[in-house]
Structure formats: C-alpha cells, structure tokens
Design a protein around this ligand. Structure first.
Ligand code: G16
Length: 550
C-alpha cells in the first residue's frame, strides 16, 4: 500500500444498487447493507459526480461515532482525494455532531459536508447507518440534489479511490492524502464558541449554581457527550453528576438514541428521584434532536417551539425579535398562535429539515421546528439539540420559573394544543402504501362525513410550494380538518430502514384554562377513534393499536 503522499488513483468497476434513494434525511440503511462491497463507494461517487463543485474546494467530513463511522470516513477521505477535493476538515475520532458539522461548513466556507449518521436509529453491527450530504449553506442538500445523486447511482459503472494508509484521526494535525490536505479538527471548539456567542452564559452559569436548580443532561452515549462536557460542564460549570451517559459508544450502550420519555430512561429515573433534577434534557444519536423536561413534566416538542418563539427576546441572539417562524406540517399549530400574536409570518413546510433552508437563507424566518423533537434557528442550517437546551436554560434563567410554570403560563396566554403521535411500526410496505392510496382516493368524499362523532370540515394531500425558489413538493401527507377545530395527519415515515411506519398525528385546541390538565390520550380519544375509522387502519394493517405513542 502506498503511503499517503504519493498515492495513485484506482478506478474500480461496480454495478448499481437499486435502493440508494435518500429519504427524509439522507440515505439510511442497515449497517449490513452499507458493509456490502461497493455499496458506500457507489453512493459517494454518485455524490462527487453530482456535485462537481467539490473539486478544488473544501469539504467537511464527520459522523455521530456509531459503528462503521471511522471505516466510512476513511473511505470518504480516499474517495475525496481521488475526486479532486482540495481540502478536508474532519473531526477528531471522526466525530462531528450534525449541528456542529453545519457550523464548521459555514464558518470555513466549505463547499459542503458529508455526515455519517442514522440519527436516532439504533447503532452497532446490527443497527443502522446513514450518509447525508449538506451543501455550502450548511444545511441538508435540497431534493433536487438528492434526487440527482440517486439518478447518478442508478447508472454508475465505476468509482475512483486512492489506495493509501488510514489517516490518523486520533489527534489534531494536518496531513496530505495524495494532492489533498486533511485537517483533523477539534469537533467541539467552533460549535461551543458559536453557542457562547448566542446565549447569556453568565446568567446560565448563575442558574446552574442556584440551590433550587439542578440540571440533568442525558447524552444517551451518543455524540453530544463531548459537547455537553465542554459547554455545560467546563464553560458553564454544571456538576459532572448532572451530565450522564456522556461517553459516546459505537452502539450507544445498546440503547436507542432517541430523546423521548420511552428511550431516555436514565434521565426519567433521575427526574423522578426525591432529590432528583429540576431541569432535564437529552439529545439524540447525532445531536440534532432534543427533549426538555421539568420535574415529572415532559415538554412536547411542538409546545417547546412555541415557548421558544414566545420568549425569544429574552435571549441575546434574538432580542431584536424574530423575522418569522416555520414548522413542519404535522407539528402542532401552537407556534402559529404565537406568530399571530407577534405579527410575524408562520410557514408550514413538509417534514424534513431541508425545507427550512431556503426560508432561513432568505431571512424569512429565524426559528423553526418539528414535532419530531427538532428545533433550530438561523445560527446553523440544521436542527440543534444542545442549542435548544441552552435556549431553555437561558429562558429559565431570565424568568426565574420552573419549566412547568413556564408552560402553564404559556397555555394561559395562548391556549393549549393537545397533541399526540401514534406510530404503527414494522408494517408491510405494500399494505401501508395501500392504506395511503385508499385515503387519497377517499379525499373528495370526506368533507361533511362524520366518524366517531367528528365531522370532517376539509381534507387534502399536502403540497408545498417553496416561497423562495418556487419548487413544488407534492404528496407530503394527508391532512384532515375537523369542524370542532381538531386536525388529523397521516404520513409514512421516510427514515425507517425496514418495512413501513405509518405515523398518525392528532391535535385539538383547548382554550379553557380549567381543561389544561387533562390526560392527552383521553382528551383526544374521540379524534383518535375518528383517525382509525377514516383510514381503516385495522382493515389495512391488521393492527388496532399503535406500537409507539408520543
Ligand atoms: C429526520 C429529519 C426531520 C424529520 C424526521 C422524521 O430527522 O431531519 O426533519 O422530522 O426525520 O422523519 P420521518 O417522520 O420521515 O421518520 P433525523 O433526526 O432522523 O435526521
């Protein structure tokens, strides 16, 4: 094998794989699939062929540290060198959280970034792996690019790679790989500096030292561990006992790196202890999702977005106010009410962070978020888990209230949007497609019909016209509005790797403060029944209960 400096380019013959179409967030498959000969190389070559501007420019590479991360990074480095990339910035140990990658791309004016992650999906040899491409604004590549990569992958016959030794990723240094410069960078520093520039660290530090306040952050053995230790620990002074599961592991310690009450069990336990924490938070596999909770009090992601929007002026970075906000279509309408009161625009986009990019770039919005535990702003072009936690800490520090009190005050002002998502996982793909086709076919007849006592006011198949570039994205989910003001949404997940997952989102508005304390499932029981009837869920899937309720 040649040493790194004088490596020559090999052209390897290959054949196309039919299943390389990126989903909601990049190409996500089982590790086993990615380990098949040429599978990763084909996709990367398709990327280099589709985005020719990468040649001669800077590329950022990193991942969430899951199993296969460093193998994939060494392959990407060799292929980048063979495809004429001038310089690569790669995180030490191959680590870059998704928001940190976005930050590094923007700060260094890189032409793009390759992020290896399957986000909140489980890791390890039996788990999932994934690859995402972010373009020069730091955000996920828009559909036009991901579709072009897929098209290229379908006609691929060869890829280019150089044969060299591995790059040492364990220390900060610069080296050459053929003609290409490789810089192994601190994965945390730039991101931590950015966070410090956005929030009032002094006030947060004071909050963390208060006797009546105690923080517990659960990194779920995923990528945010080192970020939390630097930012919450070293820069803000959080006690190390309050930072749990911060050692990243290739299989996330066997856990499921999805920050919700079902999977963040360590955190939930801590929060329930008599002397437990008063403020709890967690992030996911690649650090872009977040969960925030008070003592025995979970903040629903849709509510979280609304609270951040309503209190944004308390945070230094947003004290001048918000240009506008956006939410993905299935996210509850709580933030719409805040936008209305603030007199700013609220955009409704399809599921997928990529749809916020144009709005952010054009300055039409400052904050955005999704029901799937993602919140972010114009500081990067990805959703950002730790940023959301710091935002909440900044608000708590300014208001001097508990998380629960802040939520209750919010509901008093704006009313409460009861909200739940029911997932039907592991469905037969054909049956799930039939269910959606059946719904689409029934759309013209639904208006005026009643199901479980709920009458349909309107129904459509959500299509989005990007207000910046005019591109149209159709078939993004079935929306059903009820005469009482409730809403039901159906769509199939775009991030699963086996079978199909039907997601059913249900919500209803409650303006009466005496009814803000109800159990969500009970409050929405009728709408849930109606949702089952409208889509004939049992008839199509054989299931009468969801597998996951959030
Ligand atoms: C990805 C996307 C999000 C999306 C989520 C859920 O998140 O980036 O924008 O909301 O998937 O997608 P689905 O409902 O299609 O499974 P992540 O954190 O997996 O990258």
């Amino acid at each position: 094998m040649a040493n790194a400096q004088d490596a020559s380019i090999s052209v390897v013959q290959t054949q196309a794989f039919a299943d390389q179409q990126p989903g909601t967030s990049g190409l996500r498959k089982s590790v086993g699939r990615f380990q098949e000969a040429h599978y990763l190389e084909n996709f990367l070559q398709s990327l280099f062929d589709t985005v020719p501007g990468l040649a001669g420019e800077t590329l950022v590479i990193g991942g969430d540290g899951r199993f296969y991360n460093t193998t994939a990074i060494q392959t990407a480095l060799r292929m980048a060198a063979a495809n004429g990339v001038a310089r690569v910035l790669v995180g030490r140990h191959g680590i870059l959280s998704t928001p940190a990658a976005s930050c590094v791309i923007r700060k260094n004016k890189a032409e793009g970034g390759i992020i290896f992650s399957a986000s909140h999906n489980p890791g390890g040899p039996e788990g999932d792996f994934g690859v995402k491409f972010n373009h020069r604004n730091g955000g996920p590549a828009p559909e036009a690019i991901t579709e072009a990569i897929f098209a290229a992958s379908q006609g691929i016959t060869e890829y280019k790679i150089i044969e060299t030794e591995d790059v040492d990723l364990s220390r900060l240094h610069g080296t050459q790989l053929g003609e290409m410069t490789v810089q192994v960078i601190d994965p945390v520093a730039d991101y931590a500096d950015l966070m410090e520039s956005l929030f009032d660290f002094e006030r947060i530090r004071d909050l963390l030292f208060r006797d009546d306040f105690s923080l517990c952050f659960d990194a779920l053995h995923a990528v945010t561990g080192p970020y939390a230790e630097e930012i919450l620990g070293r820069r803000l002074g959080a006690r190390s006992s309050g930072l749990i599961n911060c050692q990243p592991k290739e299989d996330f310690g066997g856990g499921h790196p999805d920050p919700n009450p079902v999977y963040a069990t360590g955190l939930i336990e801590r929060m329930g202890e008599p002397e437990g924490a008063t403020f709890g938070a967690a992030s996911d596999g690649d650090g872009d999702r977040n969960m925030v909770m008070g003592r025995n009090f979970f903040v629903a992601p849709s509510d979280s977005l609304a609270v951040l929007a309503a209190n944004a002026r308390l945070v230094p970075a947003y004290e001048a106010g918000l240009a506008g906000v956006a939410r993905s279509m299935p996210t509850s309408q709580a933030v719409d009410r805040v936008a209305k009161q603030l007199g700013i625009s609220c955009f409704e986009t399809p599921t997928g962070w990529k749809f916020f990019g144009n709005l952010l770039d054009a300055g039409k919005i400052t904050l955005c978020g999704e029901e799937s535990a993602g919140t972010g702003s114009n500081h990067v072009r990805e959703k950002d888990g730790l940023w959301a936690v710091l935002f909440w800490l900044n608000i708590v520090a300014r208001l001097g209230q508990t998380v629960e009190a802040i939520l209750r005050d919010h509901w008093l002002t704006f009313g409460r949007d009861y909200y739940t998502r029911h997932d039907f996982e592991g469905l037969d793909k054909g049956k799930a497609d039939d269910l959606m086709a059946g719904l689409r076919e029934s759309l013209p007849r639904l208006e005026g019909q009643s199901f479980a006592g709920q009458t349909v006011a309107w129904a459509d198949d959500f299509a989005y016209t990007d207000p910046v570039d005019g591109s149209v994205t159709a078939k993004q989910g079935i929306r059903i509005g009820l005469t009482g003001g409730g809403r039901i949404v159906y769509r199939l997940s775009g991030t699963g790797t086996a079978g199909a997952t039907l997601r059913v989102y249900m919500e209803d508005y409650e303006g009466n403060p005496d009814r803000h304390d109800l159990d969500t499932q009970e409050r929405l029981a009728q709408i849930i029944r109606a949702a089952h009837e409208i889509a004939k869920i049992q008839a199509f899937t054989g299931r009468d209960q969801p597998t996951v309720v959030t």
